[in-house]
Design a protein around this ligand. Structure first.
Ligand code: PGA
Length: 262
């Protein structure tokens, strides 16, 4: 059974450290009843230290939203995997569509995945199509993102990997709609199949496949069962402690999703 994972991607929010501390303190208070689910808080880099102090000794885990592919040197504004490790970060979101939109290539994203897993942190590789065409070309596109994102990632390292399916058209406040649970189910199977080709059955079934894009209180339960995912990458809804903790509770009480056999 894959443990469920919920990652709060705060993006560039909240707008002050005081608000960030208040938000994580409230989530921490509720975390005693989170049960077996893994709950990761990924604040802006500048807040990592303060958030870490608050969540230390709690069940919450620390995440980062980005990482440099380089180890050190002339990389203005960047943060290395080693630095994040020192800051006690355990999960790192890589290749989020908002980063890809700023020019991050598949090659760079792959180097980030390797940099992070080499240091025994978990790489959360984001993949997702911009649009859905009637010919189904997005399948090929996603297959390409998976293959290039995981290039040279050894089978052993897949224990430090999470795949986050985030269709760009379903992300953020401008999204027309969230994905439908049937569509999500289809994508989960497709992604699992791609992982199977790369790593074989025994490993592929252990890699968590999570979903992100307009996940909220109303659809989280449906996605978990109907979409057969192992968890969620949550943007907007993670900025409200009550809503977010309620989503963790729903995920917990929904029981474990069945493994999707492909
Ligand atoms: P959203 O963002 O939940 O606000 O749609 C998800 C994400 O981009 O990770």
């Amino acid at each position: 059974m894959i443990q469920k994972i919920l990652i709060a991607n705060w993006k560039m929010n909240p707008s002050s450290l005081a608000q960030a501390k208040a938000l994580v303190t409230e989530i921490k208070k509720a975390s005693k009843v989170f049960g077996e689910s893994l709950v990761v808080i990924a604040p802006p880099t500048i807040y990592l230290g303060e958030v870490q102090k608050i969540i230390a000794k709690s069940k919450l885990l620390l995440g980062a939203q980005n990482v440099s592919a380089e180890k050190e040197g002339a990389q203005t504004g960047e943060t290395s995997a080693g630095m994040l490790k020192d800051a006690k970060v355990e999960y790192i979101i890589i290749g989020h569509s908002e980063r890809r939109a700023k020019g991050e290539s598949d090659e760079v994203i792959n180097r980030k995945v390797i940099a992070v897993t080499d240091l025994a942190m978990t790489a959360v590789l984001c993949i997702g199509e911009r649009i859905r065409d009637d010919e189904g070309q997005y399948f090929e596109f996603l297959h390409g993102q998976i293959k290039s994102g995981l290039k040279k990632l050894s089978p052993k390292m897949t224990k430090s990997l999470v795949i986050a399916y985030e269709p760009i058209w379903a992300i953020g406040k401008d999204a027309k709609r969230a994905v439908r649970k049937e569509e999500l189910h289809e994508m989960t199977i497709f992604i699992r199949k791609a992982l199977l080709e790369l790593y074989g059955k025994s490993l592929a079934y252990k890699i968590p496949v999570i979903y992100g894009g307009s996940v909220d209180l109303n659809n989280v339960g449906d996605f978990l069962h109907g979409g057969m995912v192992d968890g969620f990458l949550i943007g907007r809804a993670s900025l409200d402690a009550k809503v977010f903790t309620e989503m963790v509770a729903i995920t917990k009480s929904s029981g474990s999703p069945k493994i999707v056999k492909v």
